[in-house]
Ligand binder design. Structure first.
Ligand code: HPA
Ligand code: ZN
Length: 326
């Protein structure tokens, strides 16, 4: 069995991908020219050469600098459309997409511009490419809870376009409980809840515990460190929570694809899923994540099938919709 072909051809779901993290250098240059925004580099190749990530803050700096080229509705449309074309080419049939509205409204882009561009591309991709997707609004955790709440209010006219809310960006000193009120309100609006607990962050076990006990999330993004605490692991198992792990993203922080941890999760019957996180920056989309992970961890075809099935099982779809994929 050719594992690379097996992985590439399998219909897959992606549950942890930041739309702003799918901004390819070529689109970045095209939008910079169109919108008259100066870039620090002369060519897309030079820009990629400057991608030097070794921890979360060093990544976030380049990630936020990159997205300054996104101004008009058509820019958000193009960003989303290009990702969905790429995803469809990798045989992704369903995707849940994160976006970071505060990173754009803070630059004077209106919430309506952002979400309308994204939504129109989702509709076109469903019709023309047959790829289904849903949208998750993330809050930037280094900003205030008040700002998060304001953005939840901005989203009110667009609730049918959102499936859930998430929490991302700089985790240090920004625990889940900082956003307890916002997430309680989101839950009352029937939105699903997830939060990042990135690999090896300060107080990560406390953050995972808060996600489980106080916020009562429906999934955890990353969450790899839960393996260090049997109590947390058992809760994740009992609640049948999905963990959206991103192997190549993890490699920038822990110099490994965390294949040993992923194997342990499978052995514990944890619903671990494989995802790309910020594929344009990490230079690897979903298939590349699976292929590299399989090589590092020597996973069997059955292991791969289990992880792909897990992502459909913990997707935020109705049971009837999930059963169509399984
Ligand atoms: N971690 C936290 N925040 C993020 C990430 C990430 O990997 N990507 C985009 N925002
Ligand atoms: Zn992420």
């Amino acid at each position: 069995l050719d594992m690379q072909q097996f992985i590439s051809e399998m219909p897959k779901a992606e549950l942890h991908v930041h739309l702003e993290g799918t901004l390819e250098p070529e689109l970045s240059f095209a939008l910079a020219t169109k919108n008259n925004i100066p870039l620090e580099y002369k060519t897309p190749e030079q820009l990629v050469a400057a991608y030097d990530f070794h921890d979360l803050p060093s990544f976030l700096k380049i990630y936020y600098a990159g997205m300054n080229v996104l101004i008009n509705e058509s820019d958000f449309y193009q960003l989303t459309w290009d990702y969905l074309v790429k995803a469809a080419s990798e045989n992704i049939v369903y995707a849940e997409l994160f976006f970071d509205p505060q990173a754009h409204t803070s630059r004077g882009v209106s919430f309506e511009t952002i979400i309308t561009g994204i939504h129109k591309a989702q509709l076109d991709a469903e019709q023309k490419l047959g790829i289904n997707s849903q949208l998750i609004m993330c809050f930037l955790r280094e900003l205030s809870a008040e700002s998060a709440m304001e953005h939840l209010k901005l989203a009110m006219p667009y609730l049918p376009w959102l499936v859930g809310v998430g929490l991302d960006s700089n985790e240090r000193d920004n625990p889940p409980t900082k956003f307890a009120e916002v997430f309680a309100k989101a839950r009352a609006l029937d939105l699903k809840l997830t939060m990042h607990c990135d690999v090896n962050q300060l107080n990560t076990l406390n953050h995972i515990e808060q996600c489980l006990d106080e916020i009562q999330v429906d999934r955890i993004d990353h969450g790899v460190n839960a393996l260090q605490d049997p109590v947390l692991l058992e809760k994740i198992k009992q609640k049948k929570l999905g963990l959206t792990v991103c192997p190549i993203s993890n490699r920038f922080v822990v110099q490994s694809l965390t294949s040993a941890e992923i194997r342990q999760m499978l052995e514990h019957n944890i619903l671990v899923t494989i995802n790309s996180d910020d594929p344009a920056y990490f230079r690897a989309y979903l298939n590349e994540n699976f292929i590299e992970l399989q090589k590092e961890g020597q996973f069997s075809a059955q292991d791969i099938v289990t992880m792909v099935e897990n992502s459909f099982k913990v997707a935020w779809l109705k049971d009837s919709e999930i059963n169509q994929y399984l």
